[in-house]
Design a binder for this molecule. Structure first.
Ligand SMILES: *Cc1c(COP(=O)(O)O)cnc(C)c1O
Length: 385
């Protein structure tokens, strides 16, 4: 059996090696390293793929979130609601901009931001909601957009884990995640579903004015060279990363299909085993299965372990040569940097239990049946003993 890896970037690279190597060499020959033609070509291709009017590439997914919030003109003291159960980047940029993060609990079935918890947290100071399409599953965007409209709030989709997912609205409209809210961010960190070979990110929007503002912010607030109209940042995708992303984008759908197939095999083996909750394959925009609506692109395949000792399972899998991850082990509201005396533990019941239960199994495009069988058998043997 091939050695099992949490993410197999090397195996994936082998299939596209010639194309990637040639493209990188071509960029080096061209010396157009920053904002070169490859970056513009990638931008256009991603706009076409996502069916979004504007893609603005930038240096990483965290910058993308920050720039989106700067472009919306959010001011210190404005409250921004986001999920307690996610990667810290989201809350980090809110705090960095001196906005007030308002963390809320998540849904125990889909792990995404809890709609009733958002509603409860809205105050006259609330200006934006940041849903995260966690682990690759689209958040309930119909409900979020409805709430935003009712309370006049911006919606910033954190699509770092959801690129390529399609959300089906109640009326049947299908939209790629990241093209639904007012603005969205994504990350091209190597392990993401569309990863480059270093850092990278992008901002998406259908709003022409907002796109214009963002293009200036990413480039030192310049709209005309050496005229700095707003305070900006230096956040660029470099041409070498862009050319790698151009080589990979045509494969994104098949990469996501490979992830879904691996997820389906995991779930077929693990469903119905006492003490294991397999991840939902359903979005909450209706009852469509993700096989047909593509709402889940399985950035992670995350189980809940109810009775057995999750940490002992992690240790056991590692001993058997099976890497795994705990995303995420600590609720954001309990992190030192983001603690706030206004928070009430009773409001975070779901996150507080998920952090003790979740375990993410190896998930990438190169998993084979032998590996998946070995992983599921090892998990079943452990929880049944
Ligand atoms: C990876 C990630 C980010 C940050 O992206 P970087 O490119 O690493 O800065 C933000 N939000 C979520 C949910 C992520 O998974």
């Amino acid at each position: 059996m091939k050695k099992i890896q949490m993410v197999d970037l090397k195996g994936q690279y082998q299939h596209i090696k010639e194309k990637v190597n040639q493209s990188v060499l071509d960029v080096i020959e061209s010396t157009a390293f920053v904002n070169g033609p490859e970056v513009h070509a990638f931008q256009k291709e991603l706009e076409d793929y996502l069916e979004v009017k504007h893609v603005i590439p930038c240096a990483n997914g965290t910058d993308a979130l920050q720039i989106a919030m700067m472009a919306l003109g959010l001011q210190p003291g404005d409250e921004v609601i986001t999920a307690d159960f996610t990667f810290a980047a989201t809350v980090e940029v809110i705090a960095l901009l001196q906005l007030t993060p308002v963390l809320v609990d998540v849904d125990p079935v889909n792990f995404n931001i809890d709609i009733s918890a958002i509603e409860k947290a809205i105050t006259p100071k609330t200006k934006a909601i940041v849903p995260v399409h966690l682990f690759g599953l689209a958040a309930n965007m119909d409900a979020i957009m409805e709430l935003a409209k009712k309370h006049d709030l911006y919606v910033i989709e954190d699509n770092a884990q959801g690129i390529g997912a399609t959300y089906t609205s109640k009326d049947g409209t299908k939209t790629k995640t990241g093209a639904i809210g007012h603005v969205a961010s994504t990350s091209f960190f190597p392990s993401k579903n569309l990863g480059c070979y270093g850092d990278g990110g992008a901002i998406f929007t259908n709003d022409d004015d907002l796109a214009h503002t963002i293009r200036g912010i990413v480039n030192h607030g310049m709209y005309v060279r050496y005229h700095h109209d707003v305070v900006g940042v230096n956040s660029r995708l470099d041409s070498i990363q862009a050319t790698i992303l151009r080589a990979k984008l045509p494969h994104l759908d098949s990469y996501n299909t490979a992830r879904r197939n691996a997820a389906r095999k995991y779930s077929e083996a693990l469903q119905g085993i006492d003490g294991i909750v397999t991840p939902t394959g359903y979005c909450d925009s209706g009852n469509s299965i993700c096989e047909t609506c593509d709402c889940h692109v399985f950035h992670q395949y995350t189980l809940r372990i109810l009775d057995a000792d999750r940490d002992a399972l992690v240790a056991h899998l590692n001993e058997q040569g099976i890497p795994c991850g705990v995303y995420y082990p600590i609720p954001l509201h309990l992190q030192k940097a983001y603690a706030d005396s206004r928070y009430n533990e009773a409001d975070f019941a779901v996150t507080n239990s998920l952090v003790k239960e979740v375990i993410s199994l190896p998930m990438h495009t190169e998993l084979d049946d032998e590996q998946i069988n070995f992983i599921t058998e090892t998990v079943i043997n452990f929880v049944s003993r």
